[in-house]
Design a protein around this ligand. Structure first.
Ligand code: PXG
Length: 449
């Protein structure tokens, strides 16, 4: 059976069939009037229920880094489901999750040697914040409870993640639950950085704002700083040169933990297992998800430095050292998928491939500079953000139109947040397919009202 003729079991996509699923982060009413339905996938493509082959320019949602329905991963999941469907995550273990933890700790820099597994990026963010609080408390620094996030940061949708996150719509509705946080300024400034490739030259000084926040709150109240090395969801914002190093210096000097949220950056997106390696920094924790299983089975985690783990390994030996965990922490199917994905990344050299493709990718995407509506383009690794000028009085409508036209009229899946187009294709993308993305996007932009 080819993905083209994936069965839909009598499903026609009629409005009554679509009603009950309250879709996440989706305008439900518009979607249900003109649905975008996908029933199959292979490598770089989706297959829509109306029989079209659709180019995936965003690796699902920044997660299917090895491409879709890759045989070794599919087979590993199938075999695992038949052999061990589930084992209790607390008080018991299964071999593959220990193997995966070892493999991930080897991929992580420095002494980031311990992995706490979860299922979603949001869960892993919560986990990391709890580790930070507990770590300081165990050290007798119980006053260190404040978190510093960054404006335009996205750390998922749990209460922990939205409090340190810097996306206004995520914060304003649930503000009552959010306290004890402060935010660094976003690093993006179009006047200074427009059309940059890789790390912008301007902006390292913005890291010194952390010194101002430390002077305001005092280091004795601050548990951790959490940032995405490259902010993904809010428009692909690469860190200014030397900015992250400066954050590391300041946090280290003041006994504040530094957490890298690499849910998007990890597993090759920037040409290294983790962005920490690309930027030559050892943070105290790295949050990962998405690419860990190439998007096939939900899995996330937090990689933690040895010094943190060691602080927890005290107290009575019959009691859990950390009161935290999920039913599905380290699920066998996710572990099998993760091991198979790591094998595939290594065998096909997919992380190195990103380094080879990066200049070509940047040239191709930046060639859209003078296309209609384009006001900025940013590229780094195998990621791009393209800002479109908002429509007068109707911000977000141009981006939405671009996304829907790309799918319906030009057989391509892209992501848009407000009026920014984000691209993050599977790492297996061929040069010709990069050209195809640019070609189709050119047509989309030409069609936009
Ligand atoms: N941290 C970061 C940096 C993320 O990008 C999360 C945490 C939360 O992960 P979960 O698994 O709970 O969704 C994310 C998720 C997009 C897009 O297109 C980005 C995400 C999710 C969906 C869409 O910008 N990032």
């Amino acid at each position: 059976m080819s993905p083209m003729d994936a069965p839909t079991e009598g499903f026609t996509g009629a409005p009554n069939e679509l009603e009950s699923h309250w879709m996440p982060f989706t305008p439900n009413r518009s979607f249900k009037l003109a649905p975008r339905l996908i029933s199959g996938a292979k490598n770089m493509h989706y297959y829509s229920t109306d029989g079209r082959q659709v180019l995936d320019a965003v690796a699902g949602m920044w997660c299917c880094n090895a491409g879709h329905c890759r045989e070794p991963i599919v087979k590993a999941i199938q075999a695992q489901a038949a052999q061990l469907d589930y084992a209790p995550a607390f008080q018991f273990g299964h071999p593959k999750i220990f193997e995966l933890a070892s493999r991930i700790s080897l991929l992580a820099p420095g002494d980031l040697d311990y992995v706490l597994f979860g299922n979603s990026g949001s869960e892993a963010v919560d986990t990391s914040l709890k580790v930070a609080l507990a770590y300081h408390r165990l050290k007798g620094e119980g006053g260190k409870t404040r978190f510093i996030g960054r404006e335009r940061g996205y750390h998922g949708v749990g209460f922990g993640g939205i409090s340190v996150g810097g996306m206004m719509p995520n914060r304003k509705m649930f503000g009552a639950m959010l306290s004890g946080v402060d935010h660094l300024q976003a690093t993006y400034n179009r006047d200074e950085q427009a059309f940059s490739r890789g790390e912008p030259e301007w902006g390292a000084h913005l890291a010194d704002e952390l010194l101002r926040l430390i002077a305001l709150h005092d280091a004795s109240t601050i548990a951790a700083v959490i940032v995405e090395p490259v902010a993904g969801s809010t428009g692909v914002l690469a860190p200014p040169k030397a900015y992250l190093k400066r954050l590391r210096e300041i946090t280290e000097q003041h006994g504040i933990l530094l957490i890298f949220d690499e849910v998007i950056c990890g597993f090759g997106r920037l040409g290294a297992p983790f962005a920490a390696e690309r930027f030559d920094i050892v943070p105290d924790m790295i949050i990962f998800a998405k690419g860990a299983t190439s998007g096939t089975v939900p899995m996330s985690g937090v990689v933690v430095r040895k010094g943190i783990y060691d602080i927890f390994m005290q107290g009575p030996e019959h009691l859990p050292e950390f009161f935290h965990g999920y039913t599905y922490s380290g699920h066998p199917l996710a572990a099998a998928a993760g091991l198979a994905a790591l094998d595939l990344y290594r065998e096909e050299g997919l992380f190195e491939r990103v380094n080879q493709l990066e200049p070509l990718w940047a040239d191709a995407i930046h060639s859209l500079k003078s296309a209609p509506h384009v006001v900025d383009i940013r590229t780094i690794g195998l990621v791009a953000g393209i800002d479109l000028a908002p429509k007068e009085g109707a911000p977000g409508t141009r981006g939405y139109e671009a996304m829907t036209r790309a799918f319906h009229d030009h057989d391509m899946v892209i992501r848009t947040t407000a009026d920014t187009v984000a691209l993050s294709p599977p790492l297996i993308i061929e040069e010709a397919q990069i050209a195809e993305i640019v070609e189709r996007l050119t047509s989309v932009l030409a069609d936009l009202s």
